[in-house]
Design a protein around this ligand. Sequence first.
Ligand code: NAP
Length: 297
Amino acid sequence: MNENRTTLVDTATSSQADRYAVFGHPIGHSKSPRIHKLFAEQTGQNLVYTAQEVPADTFKAAADAFFAAGGKGLNCTVPLKELAWNYANSLSEAAAAAKAVNTLALAADGSILGDNTDGIGLLNDLIANLRIELPGAAILILGAGGACRGILAPLLKQKPASLVIANRTPARAQAIADDFKPLFPVEACGYGALPGQSFNLIINATAASLSDELPPLPAGLLAANGTCYDLAYANRPTAFVRWGLANGAAKSVDGLGMLVEQAAEAFYIWRGRRPATAPVIGLLDAERQSADRNPDA
Ligand code: NAP
């Protein structure tokens, strides 16, 4: 009897639930469905959030079909953020500056708003969770891809003393520095120009961590009491997190906190509710440590 009643309630609930999804390729590893389920439970919101494998060449058709079927919002991850930027009918200031969109939202008039919550997600993790001082800091970003673009404007608004972008392909770093010149004198260089410089905060925005590699970083690059932040995240400390620990970082962390914080901003855009992020970060962190200790469990 009870089982039947539960089934009926669940069916009614999911048929009325607003639908959201994350599109990407590959997407199998995504923690976003779990994060949004936890947010929905915490805030009492009736929604369904799924992950969908969407290669770049099918993005427009998949997004059209999702919204035509009544979907309310999408997250877009690698390699779709630029396509999502083109897809949106209007852009937030953050998305316009980043030239990349990670959150699409259906507006009341049926149009699609594009936003980028990566930058505010990183800031919330750095400032609110990790208590890092950004005003007056010397900041180095490694890498000049979409993630670097997404985090740059919010970081610059914090008024650092300096901001350098170093990239394997220096011309890509220079192109971003040129775009942001009206906002701040961002410097661009290759890794060969780093010896002799030192920074309070080094952010790894390269994809090198995904293959457990590191860009070539000289000793002495991190100032005393400095912070290392890897945008990538994994069950074990990434190569960059390990480099930070070996080079005297006061804090050397990966991007799990940013992942949860950028999701919370997307949730707020869609639902107008701000979930508490600390319990979700704590839970996911505990789960990954347990998965690392018991890989076959
Ligand atoms: P992307 O656009 O593909 O850019 C990749 C960057 O990494 C480029 O600058 C590339 O240099 C550099 N790179 C790749 N392999 C390298 C290697 N072996 N050595 C040195 N540099 C290398 O990627 P993205 O979208 O910016 O993402 C970058 C990272 O941020 C990824 O790990 C992603 O998972 C992470 N991320 C995390 C969050 C979060 O919520 N935690 C959010 C967004 C992104 P070239 O220009 O020379 O090719």
